[in-house]
Design a binder for this molecule. Structure first.
Ligand code: SAM
Length: 355
């Protein structure tokens, strides 16, 4: 049985935020420093995360991405990765004992052998170079690294940290330890780094990485987002095409958030454009999110969260947890409302929700 929402979308992709802490201060995310952090006792333990992920995998979740905040700030993350990596080889530990345990049998006893297919991590790359080998050994499949400027001074201005060199080394380490394909997230913001689009395309070719240009979204804690700050997908495509002609890889995006392009001259690397604002892709969304403090979010822009932590900690049976998750998934929004006049930003920033 699969997790299906009320709009007939199947949920395949779970993003798990491991912490709301971050050691970068990107102006488009945490411009005014860290908002108040969650109390430690509200943060899910590794055992709770493992249990919840295992339930999600038993319902056809194929991809888990660990994020944050900065997920590498979560102590012993390798231990969690080891636990989650087991879901790639072992189907659900849960064995249905009797029908009476199942309040809604139709929603259970799914694929007899559902397994996790992809365990990924999104990081700012600050401490990644020295962690890469152990992360790989623990069972991580691949990594996405954030990089918003290739110029040292500007990188520092954007993130508040002089760490461009660490991030470049992270990319090399990810390749060395086969945490591939390496994706690079770059949030483009008008007047801040939009003059580097072509440089980044060149970077993708020479370093053989998958660039992901992301439109600036209204998820910044400072609420400074303005529509005029967005660099649209159309503009990104045009700018790159002028120098490095692109060819669309697939006519359909499927459940991918990015339109993916290859270089027409056959060079290595890939360009992906993620345009939630100007080319909305909600119709194919297959994602659901779990915050570090155990709240399910059905959309990045949700204004409502569902407290799975209290359900799990309150002693609910597995069947009750499943029922809760299924009911939440049914409430997944048809689409975000960034482009509506009455758009209200989520109360928590991207660093808390988990990008
Ligand atoms: N700390 C990790 C990192 O830097 O990759 C993971 C968390 S971070 C919130 C995940 C991604 O969200 C990053 O690639 C970041 O650039 C992106 N992000 C944060 N705020 C954003 C915003 N307002 N609009 C678009 N992307 C944003």
């Amino acid at each position: 049985m699969l997790l299906r929402d009320a709009h007939n979308r199947i949920i395949r992709d779970l993003r798990v935020s491991l912490t709301d802490r971050c050691n970068f201060r990107c102006f488009y995310c945490l411009p005014n420093g860290e908002p108040p952090l969650a109390r430690k006792d509200t943060i899910l333990t590794f055992e709770e995360i493992e249990y919840i992920c295992e339930i999600f995998v038993s319902f056809g979740i194929e991809k888990i991405r660990l994020t944050g905040g900065e997920p590498l700030l979560r102590r012993d993350i390798e231990v969690l990765i080891e636990k989650l990596a087991r879901l790639k080889v072992q189907s659900s530990k849960f064995k249905v004992q009797s029908q009476s345990e199942i309040p809604n049998p139709k929603s259970q006893i799914p694929d007899p052998n559902p397994k996790l297919k992809d365990l990924a991590l999104t990081t700012n790359g600050h401490s990644f170079p020295r962690r890469a080998e152990n992360l790989k050994r623990a069972g991580l499949d691949r990594v996405t690294i954030s990089l918003d400027s290739l110029r040292r001074e500007r990188f520092k201005e954007i993130t508040g940290v002089d760490a461009l060199e660490n991030v470049l080394q992270s990319i090399e380490a990810a390749q060395k330890y086969n945490l591939t394909p390496v994706k690079i997230n770059c949030v483009l913001v008008r007047g801040r780094n939009d003059d580097e689009i072509v440089d980044f395309a060149r970077f993708a070719r020479t370093r053989d990485v998958k660039m992901r240009f992301i439109e600036f979204m209204p998820l910044d804690s400072g609420h400074d987002w303005r529509r005029e700050s967005i660099v649209s997908a159309k503009e990104i495509r045009e700018k790159i095409n002028e120098v490095f002609p692109l060819r669309l890889k697939e006519k359909s995006r499927g459940a991918e958030t990015a339109w993916r392009y290859e270089f027409a001259d056959g060079a290595k690397g890939e360009i992906g454009i993620v345009a939630p604002v100007t080319e909305m892709f909600c119709g194919a969304c297959s994602r659901i999110r779990l915050t570090a403090d155990g709240q399910i979010r059905t959309c990045l822009f949700s204004t409502t969260e569902y407290n799975l932590r209290d359900v799990v900690r309150g002693g609910a049976s597995r069947a009750e947890i499943v029922e809760f998750i299924e009911a939440v998934v049914l409430k997944k929004e048809a689409r975000h409302s960034i482009n509506d006049e009455k758009f209200a930003p989520a109360s928590r920033s991207m660093s808390f929700i988990g990008g």
